[in-house]
Write a protein that binds this ligand. Structure first.
Ligand code: ADP
Ligand code: MG
Length: 265
């Protein structure tokens, strides 16, 4: 069964999409079967995976509204190395249209059940808001990955997200965990970054990934070519960081599943 990770932070521009795309590609390169779900009406993950968002007849919008199955809307055979459930601006309407529908928070979870057995990882690239789309992501997920920039207001914003995660856990998805916090666009020459980073580790301990994503121009360029950085500049620091993050994720998950096996034995 797939492990489903929501990549979420209600702040925009913290690296959610960059992380979703490049982690999906890195795990794809490690021979894992990966699905990326674009949950943002901006469709950045869709474009960044090499798919033209303006030319789609079926997207995650149709899936959420029950007008298409995941399998019908899914894009496969892409050069990015993973499958994509795409999005475009039509998805902005879902927020309003979902309100009247039954099980509005759990429609993505129900829809994904159809394909869960076919992947090792499913990433949900959430929009920059704590809205119904993000709640659908959190309700469908096993865990949340939180990308963040180490700057002054970062920790403050985190408490709203943690509150939302608690609420979703209490009412909609008891299995939801915080998977980890990822430091993105990191600049070690910046004293404030180092301070915020230290506070983060103090507060969240092991939940903070050891891998740090540096600020790297190759990561910012890759979307303009419609490719993950792996297909743009494999040797770049940004690419190496996401490959290392994929390794860290795999190690953590292997460790926790062998722990579970031991407990069952
Ligand atoms: P979000 O999805 O959280 O809004 P994005 O992943 O789209 O954030 O990133 C915001 C902007 O920052 C994009 O232009 C992206 O290319 C750029 N970016 C993200 N991560 C990095 C990085 N590590 N180094 C340099 N630029 C980055
Ligand atoms: Mg984004």
């Amino acid at each position: 069964m797939a492990r489903i990770l929501a990549v979420a932070n209600q702040k925009g521009g913290v690296g959610k999409t960059t992380t979703s795309v490049n982690l999906a590609a890195s795990l794809g390169a490690a021979a894992r079967r990966v699905l990326l779900v674009d949950l943002d009406p901006q469709g950045n993950a869709t474009m960044g995976s090499g798919v033209d968002k303006r030319k789609l007849s079926r997207t995650v919008y149709h899936v959420l509204l029950g007008q298409a199955t995941v399998r019908e809307a899914l894009l496969t055979g892409l050069s990015c190395g993973y499958h994509l459930l795409p999005a475009n601006r039509e998805l902005a309407g879902a927020e309003v249209e979902l309100v009247g529908l039954e099980g509005r928070e759990s429609r993505l979870r129900v829809a994904l059940a159809e394909v869960e057995g076919e992947y090792d990882y499913i990433f949900l690239d959430c929009p920059p808001a704590l809205n119904l789309l993000t709640v659908n992501g959190l309700t469908a997920a096993h865990s949340v990955m939180i990308p963040m920039q180490c700057e002054y207001y970062a920790l403050e914003g985190l408490s709203d997200l943690v509150q939302t995660i608690r609420r979703v856990r209490a009412h909609l998805n008891p299995r939801l965990e915080i998977e980890g916090l990822l430091r993105t666009m990191f600049d070690p020459r910046n004293t404030l970054s180092l301070q915020v980073s230290a506070q983060l580790v103090q507060h969240f301990g092991d939940k903070v990934y050891r891998t740090v994503i540096p600020r790297n121009v190759r990561l910012a360029e890759a979307p303009s070519f419609g490719v993950p950085v792996l297909n743009h500049d494999r040797a770049s620091k940004g690419c190496q960081a996401y490959l290392a993050l994929a390794g860290e994720l795999l190690n953590r998950h292997q460790a926790s599943s062998s722990e579970q096996t031991r407990q069952k034995a």
